[in-house]
Write a new protein. Structure first.
Lengths: 322, 443
């Protein structure tokens, strides 16, 4: 009886509490929120405004007071074939699409495969898990520099192994010149990217209740079918998110390409140039800052659309409600 | 009560974080930005400044070392924002660009006279202190670099070649390289010539002297159009790349950078390379201190000029100038520092530290420096120096050439179509078109 009587009083208190929220915690959060907005939103808005200006070498000192040209930069980038920003953009676009797809599929695939292997019990499991994480610990610009040495035709370790030791080819191929340079950027990127994929998959695998496998085993379900019908569906939210992160990372890839091909000197070539190195080179070294901002803004918008479509398409998969 | 105390503490902490503290600035403090040219630029610059600071005890100089790769972005940001150092080092090709942005303090005639004026410096270096079409001076030359041929005397001797004939002209140089190629030294075959192809910052600098010596130029006479696809320029580029196409430069060199080519020269891979005076310092430093003194190369090399083309044997001269920012609050003291660093003694001292050449004629001919026979030999080869045109838009143009000349080495390496003079001409036509677009869009 006392319990029943106490209930309305408690509800009344809670209703009163909802009506008058304590503003103080929000006040304390406000500076952080304002700071975050300033740090994130200001550059985006400023970048967009820059894309509406004729901002080049001669107007750079005026910065945001440079002549306002409206959408002229966008028109030049999209419709003026003679625009210097556009030189080589076809190659960079093609390479970025192929590179993003290849790296994302390989990194997620290898990460998942190794995570499945690492999820078993075997002696030295702890050490093995730590060791496979090593490539991810190496900073990407170091990866670019080191692989740049490894790909060298005469003395690089890749050709030494392939040709001198294994005799897989008659002649040492070039990796940093010509079309092979595409693989010269893909392989190190995958090499660096898969360990972190593996780590996240491993965490997800360990969250799958063991009894589901036990039940399936009792029912006589094969290991392969267990993978297809238990592991894969339960990992789907993680796979979807990992793919999205990989695609975003790889479209914006810069460090490895830049460091491998002379630390930003010159041109990685028609098979190794990506959109970000092209944008940086042609915007900063040709001093077309307004147009560079416009290309960045187009890329950012396309990426936002992609993320939106991706999230909408896989929303159910990610919440695990399908 | 407890809650009130916690809230007061939180608000207090927040307030103190937001308000912060501003350090009082000293009026006698100068900020100096220099590039990383020596191995220990910070320590070397401090050493260089010791006499200046002893003579000016009230001044303090904060030295910031920038690396060449990121310096351009930092300097343009400083120029655009007006928040920069008092004195800064600028690559010689950067002076017209940064001065055109209005960021540099003009150097008056009395100031120029104080450091000796134009006549005290290499004319080619003084030419970099102002725009070609404007006599207003915005910088003073600090140190120079030039290029010459370094060759292995033992290899030439074994191949039976007189170096004077070999470096006489383009025809004799090609013949000499054909003879030298594959000469065995200590049971190891040596390649005739080494030069980098792509992936290197020096591609344009390496090509320029050959283009000039053929009578070509990188820009048209009115400085409005590219000259990279002129008959003379293409002739020079075909001649230069033919060494790689004919196997006189190992194809593997084409993916290396300048540092790796220099290492190849020290290790006995190439009989000839074209490079700057800094390797003299490396070859005079023991291996224990990171040098090459004990190598066969360091004990068997000499220096020669560029072989003459139809229009002479000029070399590429560049280096760095020092300038004052307009935004400096201590202009008088900044000038004092600039005048000191571009003076005779500091230039000689910096040349010893860096291996670069002084820009002052009296410093370049300093008996202490000239006592080194290799230095004297180098100076004798580089009298005929030339620099790029001093125009504000040089930077973008050089980037276009860097990209296109680098990309051309895919053709030279046989990885993009067949190497032929026509293929090179077509590649240079494309380069010229892109360069013209960049020149046009910079207007």
């Amino acid at each position: 009886m006392t319990t029943v009587l106490a209930l309305p009083a408690a509800r009344t208190r809670s209703v009163r509490k909802k009506k008058k929220p304590d503003a103080f915690p929000y006040l304390l959060l406000l500076p952080a929120v304002l700071l975050m907005a300033a740090v994130n939103l200001t550059p985006i808005l400023q970048g967009f405004y820059m894309s509406l200006l004729k901002l080049n070498q001669f107007t750079l000192t005026q910065y945001l007071d440079a002549p306002f040209v409206g959408l002229e930069n966008y028109r030049q980038i999209l419709f003026d074939a003679d625009n210097p920003m556009r030189t080589g953009m076809g190659y960079a676009l093609r390479n970025t699409v192929l590179y993003t797809l290849t790296v994302s599929v390989c990194a997620v695939g290898i990460g998942l495969g190794v995570a499945l292997l690492m999820n078993r019990d075997f002696p030295g499991k702890g050490i093995a898990r730590t060791l496979v994480l090593l490539p991810w610990i190496v900073p990407s610009y170091v990866v670019g520099t080191l692989w740049g040495f490894m790909w060298q035709r005469d003395v690089g370790i890749v050709n030494v192994v392939l040709v001198d030791w294994l005799h897989l080819m008659d002649e040492k191929p070039f990796w940093l010149l010509g079309s092979n340079s595409f693989w010269a950027i893909v392989i190190p990127t995958v090499w660096r990217a898969w360990p972190v994929m593996m780590l996240i998959f491993l965490a997800a695998l360990q969250a799958i209740p063991e009894d589901q496998y036990e039940a399936a085993t009792i029912d006589g379900v094969s290991r392969w079918k267990q993978f297809l019908h238990i592991t894969l569906p339960l990992l789907k939210p993680v796979i979807v998110i990992q793919f999205m992160f990989q695609i975003i990372d790889n479209v914006y890839s810069y460090n490895i390409v830049s460091m491998m091909f002379g630390n930003g000197a010159g041109y990685p070539g028609e098979w190794a140039d990506l959109l970000m190195p092209l944008l940086t080179r042609q915007s900063f070294s040709y001093w077309l800052f307004g147009q560079g901002a416009a290309v960045s803004f187009i890329m950012m918008t396309l990426m936002l659309v992609f993320v939106g479509v991706w999230l909408k398409t896989f929303r159910k998969s990610m919440t695990g409600n399908d | 009560m407890k809650s009130l105390a916690a809230r007061s503490l939180a608000a207090g902490l927040l307030g103190s974080c937001l308000l912060g503290h501003a350090a009082p600035a000293s009026a006698a403090e100068l900020n100096l930005w220099v590039m990383s040219t020596t191995e220990q630029q910070q320590a070397d610059t401090r050493e260089l400044l010791k006499p200046f600071l002893a003579a000016n005890p009230t001044l303090r100089v904060n030295v910031t070392v920038l690396n060449w790769e990121s310096a351009w972005a930092k300097i343009t940001a400083a120029a655009a924002s007006g928040q920069g150092p008092d004195v800064l080092e600028l690559g010689t090709t950067w002076v017209p660009a940064i001065s055109s942005m209005g960021a540099l303090e003009q150097i008056s005639e009395p100031q120029q006279n104080e450091v000796g004026g134009a006549k005290a410096f290499f004319p080619v270096m003084w030419g970099t202190t102002h725009r070609h079409d404007d006599p207003k001076v915005f910088a003073i030359p600090w140190y120079a670099d030039a290029r010459a041929a370094f060759y292995r005397t033992d290899v030439f001797k074994k191949a039976g070649i007189d170096p004077r004939d070999a470096f006489a002209n383009w025809g004799s140089f090609k013949q000499a390289m054909q003879k030298v190629n594959g000469t065995e030294i200590g049971g190891k075959k040596i390649a005739a010539l080494g030069y980098p192809g792509k992936n290197d910052w020096n591609v344009v600098h390496n090509m320029a002297p050959w283009i000039w010596n053929a009578g070509g130029d990188l820009l048209s006479a009115d400085r409005k159009k590219s000259g990279i696809n002129s008959t003379e320029a293409v002739q020079a580029i075909v001649y230069y790349t033919s060494f790689a196409a004919e196997g006189l430069v190992p194809k593997s060199a084409l993916e290396k950078d300048s540092g790796q080519i220099e290492s190849g020269f020290f290790n006995g891979q190439y009989a000839v390379i074209f490079t700057g005076p800094w390797i003299l310092r490396q070859m005079a430093t023991p291996k224990a201190r990171g040098g090459q003194l004990e190598t066969v190369t360091a004990n068997n090399f000499a220096i020669a000029p560029y072989p003459a083309g139809l229009k002479g044997n000029q070399t590429f001269f560049s280096g760095s100038d020092l300038a004052m920012m307009k935004s400096s609050k201590n202009k008088a003291e900044a000038w004092k520092l600039l005048a000191y660093l571009t003076g005779r003694e500091p230039q000689v001292a910096f040349s010893k530290m860096s291996g670069m050449l002084p820009t002052r004629l009296d410093a370049a001919n300093d008996p202490g420096l000239m006592a080194n026979p290799h230095y004297a030999q180098f100076m004798a080869q580089v009298k005929n120096g030339r620099h790029y045109p001093s125009i504000p838009g040089w930077g973008p143009l050089e980037s276009v050439y860097l990209k296109n000349l680098g990309n051309m080495f895919d053709i030279v390496g046989g990885l993009k179509g067949k190497y032929s003079p026509l293929a090179i001409k077509q590649a240079m036509d494309a380069a010229a078109q892109e360069a013209d677009q960049v020149l046009y869009s910079a207007r």
